[in-house]
Design a protein around this ligand. Sequence first.
Ligand code: SF4
Length: 319
Amino acid sequence: MVRPKLLAPGGSLEMARQAFLNGADSVYVGAKGWSRRTAEYELEDVEIEAIVELASSMGKGVRVALNTLFSSQELSLFIEKLKRFESMGVEGVILTDPGVMALSKELCPDLEVHVSAGANAINNEDLFFYREIGVDMVVAPCNITVEELAQMKRTVNVGLEVFLHSNTCFTYLGKCLMSSYFRYSSHIDEYGKDHYWGSPNRGGYCHRVCKARWNLEDAEAEMKNEMFLALDDLPAYVEAGVDCLKIQGREYNPRLIGEIVALYSQIVDSLQDGSFYHRLDFFRDRVEELSLRRDRERNRRTSRVLEEAERDLEVASVA
Ligand code: SF4
């Protein structure tokens, strides 16, 4: 059985160090203003360079998320970034826009291209298309079942990556526009790139407005948005030949990320040496403990981003 790669978040140099020390093969980082996270968890090019140097000293890899959508005016900025990251020695880039994926393969053929979960590749035809334009890996949206993944992997010869730690939105991630309606102000940065604060697709971030209490025809309701740390599906993922297992969470504490990576590294080892089911109770306890700590951090952050969105709405209604 081939051992899948373990990919962890690199929200900071310290997080990348924790991830590598605890068994991650690679980390992914967000270039400032160009990924689907808030600026405080994205990195300047010089910070990314430091992580690439650390990775290469430890025999590890770095991928850069540039997974927003660009206008034609922003393409030259993107190409500059792409070439800079290639010369730094990053192993690949995570992209959402199909046109930009083909362009990247043309300009920098040695740089791996990974299709972001935000592109919503949900069926075999999507996978055939991405393989056709030369991508190396497709990140599967969280809503896809293990059975669907196994079937996709059998049918299309392209790398597949799945989330071990993420959240399942009730929509498809890249197609949810709710946050943009709540916070629609924008600004153009000093390089000429446009950022819409409420849109993760356009340089802003998701304000998780689905987590607010919604009054739907007088009945209070909460939309589905659950965090998970995968466990029971792991044997089936590995059996299906999934190539990469991804842990999300650039916004968490580096120590917590280090512990999550260490756990999954042990789980992947146990699947290789056949001890997974003997150790399942231990893994389950550990997943539960880490989930509680993760939830505390996440709830604090959700309250903060919801408050930001509500403040923007109040300003807009006063104006
Ligand atoms: S608003 Fe909710 S459902 Fe939409 S992308 Fe954000 S977390 Fe997912």
